[in-house]
Ligand binder design. Structure first.
Ligand SMILES: [Zn+2]
Length: 186
């Protein structure tokens, strides 16, 4: 190999150090995922998650890194586990069209991965892509359970929708905090 210099000792030291930090992050991520799964199941009556086809998605190199990093499959296993031991309902639903369909009117709105907002030409609703998908996932889960989703519903249903909103916020806050502590690794 012309022009190639032998790697210095410092290079190899740095490489090993990097490996160790990575292991530590993996461990922390796993502990965090378990705690999160427990919190989410404990603070909810029903948990619905998207049964992603991880093997296929990891083949899509645009998605591969974020999905394997997040350990989504393991996380869902923990959701199932805590559902059983805490006696809560945990449902997995098919991911088909959860991002595309309008959670408000059902109209199918094709969008690419980079489109972050769901704008429905039919009912004119405009919400974050992930919020739209989350609502669709919840609807699917409630459907499976035979619970009617009524967005104009009675006061009781409004109350439970409000509660799940609060849980959502709480979860997001914990997620952000954890990512801060990972990126702030010494
Ligand atoms: Zn719509």
């Amino acid at each position: 190999m012309k022009g190639a210099k032998p790697q210095s000792n410092n290079y190899h030291k740095a490489r090993k150090r990097l490996g160790r930090i990575h292991l530590k992050v993996q461990r922390q991520r796993k502990d965090w995922a378990i705690k999160q799964a427990r919190n989410v199941v404990m603070s909810s009556d029903v948990v619905v998650y998207e049964n992603l086809q991880i093997a296929n998605m990891v083949k899509n190199h645009h998605l591969a890194k974020s999905i394997s990093d997040a350990g989504w499959y393991q996380y869902t296993q923990w959701l199932d586990y805590y559902g059983k031991i805490l006696d809560k309902v945990v449902v997995a639903v098919s991911p088909n069209y959860t991002s595309q369909d309008c959670s408000n009117c059902g109209h199918r709105v094709q969008k690419s991965l980079s489109t972050r907002t769901h704008s429905c030409p039919s009912c004119k609703v405009e919400i974050c892509r992930d919020t739209n998908a989350a609502l669709n996932i919840l609807h699917k889960g409630l459907n499976i359970l035979g619970i009617e989703w009524n967005k104009n519903g009675t006061s009781g249903q409004e109350e439970s929708a409000e509660q799940s909103g609060k849980h959502g916020e709480k979860t997001t806050a914990v997620v952000d905090k954890q990512f801060d502590s990972i990126s702030g690794l010494r």
